[in-house]
Design a protein around this ligand. Structure first.
Ligand SMILES: C[S@@+](CC[C@H](N)C(=O)[O-])C[C@H]1O[C@@H](n2cnc3c(N)ncnc32)[C@H](O)[C@@H]1O
Length: 223
């Protein structure tokens, strides 16, 4: 009986390892190759899958929000809020009088975010259906722009960052977060290059190779 149990344990371990390997090869190699040539927003159901306790343990919403130097009354734009866990953490930090415009290209993502904020009675998140290529905001009107695992999903991230530069106040800040195994995950130096080509300079780096957050300010000749 003891031997049988040991054998069962070994088989379970082996099958788990094989499933993990298949998942790893699929996400890290096949999906990355596909997405390199064909970018599209991740399906709405997947935004619910990626907002899980494991992810929130690695990328803690409260810590991510703290790193953005938020103050009461600030106006924030979040690009691609998904299920909204990070939106909520940011919104809490700008109370009173501050608000977060949560802009997503997918109507279904925005509809479920609206339901969540209604249910949780959050009044300072304003969900908007829109494309990050054309922000519906005035020049120099926004204090912070935030995007978590969204920018590399967009085919032309430099175009988006240039529009971020347009809407940001002179002392504004763009905060970008990425995590592996996102199939669109770019290395820090890639994201820094995109930002520098859009008129930003790096102000702060947090995290490590697997999960990082970068803060950018406008270059002084660009304020
Ligand atoms: C990987 S999900 C990240 C969701 C959330 N930020 C999180 O960390 O859980 C990327 C989100 O960006 C949105 N998105 C993709 N392209 C976009 C675009 N051009 N403009 C605005 N949102 C976009 C997708 O619809 C999706 O909700």
């Amino acid at each position: 009986m003891m031997i049988d149990l040991w054998l069962l344990f070994k088989w379970i371990f082996l099958v788990t390892m094989i499933i993990f390997l298949i998942f790893f090869v699929f996400v890290m190699i096949i999906l990355r190759i596909i997405r390199r040539y064909h970018k599209f927003p991740i399906p709405a159901f997947a935004t619910r899958l990626i907002d899980n306790p494991w992810r929130r343990f690695i990328q803690k919403p409260k810590v991510i929000a703290e790193r953005m130097h938020l103050e009461a009354g600030m106006i924030v734009v979040e690009i691609g809020p998904g299920k909204g866990s990070y939106t909520k953490a940011v919104a809490k930090k700008v109370i009173p009088n501050g608000k977060v415009y949560a802009l997503d290209i997918q109507e279904s993502v925005i509809e479920s975010l609206k339901k969540r904020i209604e249910k949780e009675e959050i009044s300072n998140i304003i969900p908007i259906v829109g494309d990050a290529y054309n922000f519906p905001f005035e020049d120099k009107s926004i204090d912070r722009v935030f995007a978590n695992t969204c920018l590399p999903e967009i085919p032309d991230p430099i175009r988006v960052l240039r529009d971020c530069n347009r809407i940001l106040k002179p002392d504004g800040l763009v905060s970008l977060c990425e995590i592996l195994p996102d199939p669109d995950y770019p290395r820090r130096k890639t994201e820094i290059r995109w930002a520098e080509e859009s008129g930003f300079e790096i102000k702060e780096k947090f995290g490590n190779f697997f999960s990082y957050q970068l803060n950018f300010t406008k270059k002084s000749n660009n304020k």
